[in-house]
Design a protein around this ligand. Structure first.
Ligand code: ZN
Ligand code: ZN
Length: 260
């Protein structure tokens, strides 16, 4: 069985047809829980048992409160949320705190809650139904990871939100079956000051990272700011043109499915 990755959301924002970050692995696991999850049916939501978060920012966790009780009666067992301890702490303190949303980590009862929080360490690997997922290094404004999704035949790397992170690219060079690398490029080079402060990637930083790769991959770009899409795409094409061998980026679209 191939491992399928369905792009539910891949925008740096959410408006019109654009949804914020969420990837559905097969039908039971999410990587991030942005607004793209809201397009799933109740039955599809009920089949999700695990959520791997890259970090605590709202565009990546926005749908978690609603998912946690959306299919309460249909889901057999709790929803397990895997993330860095700092990310889990942020969810407990700021989201599932009984004020913004009920504390579903202790409801309907502490013994049998809707959500189970499972701490994940950098480089830790968890088993999936048809493969494995491993936390990768990332550098963002809050503690963050990327993920490597490996079916055994091929691997798909996702940066999450990050600025240029040498450790991320170094790790990818160790992955023999690497096929896809999906990297955020949120802002234009003209916005590099904001990108530096918010620790996002610009086209110039993307090119710097890609130049570290020692193998041919399909480069996927995600998380572009909705009002800068065309400008960022043009800058990325120009920035990558200087790299040999040439690498042609693909700009990820909601609804795409990747098979590993
Ligand atoms: Zn972020
Ligand atoms: Zn984001």
């Amino acid at each position: 069985m191939p491992l399928t990755i369905r792009i539910l959301g891949c925008s740096g924002g959410a408006c019109g047809d654009l949804r914020s970050t969420a990837l559905l692995l097969d039908d039971s696991t999410l990587v991030d829980c942005g607004t793209g999850v809201g397009d799933l049916s109740l039955e599809e939501m009920a089949r999700i048992h695990d959520v791997f978060l890259t970090h605590s920012h709202l565009d990546h966790v926005l749908f978690l409160p609603l998912l946690s009780d959306a299919a309460l009666a249909l889901r057999d067992g709790p929803l397990t949320v895997h993330a860095l301890p700092e990310t889990l702490a942020a969810l407990k303190i700021h989201l599932f705190n009984g004020v913004l949303w009920p504390d579903y980590t202790a409801l309907p009862s502490p013994q049998s809650p809707c959500i189970r929080l499972q701490a994940l360490a950098l480089h830790e690997t968890c088993e999936l139904a048809h493969g494995r997922i491993t936390a990768l290094p990332a550098l963002h404004a809050v503690p963050a990871v990327g993920y490597l999704i490996d079916s055994g035949r091929a691997s798909f790397a996702f940066s999450g939100d990050t600025t240029d992170c040498a450790a991320f690219w170094d790790k990818l060079n160790e992955v023999e079956n690497l096929q896809y690398v999906m990297v955020e490029t949120t802002m234009r080079d003209a916005d590099s000051g904001i990108a530096e402060r918010s620790r996002h990637t610009t086209p110039a930083l993307l090119a710097r990272g890609v130049a570290r790769l020692k193998k041919a991959v399909q480069l996927l770009v995600t998380h572009i700011e909705p009002d800068k899409v065309e400008a960022v795409r043009a800058e990325i094409r120009a920035a990558l043109a200087g790299i040999t061998p040439p690498i042609v980026p693909h700009f990820v679209m909601r609804g795409e499915v990747y098979e590993l």
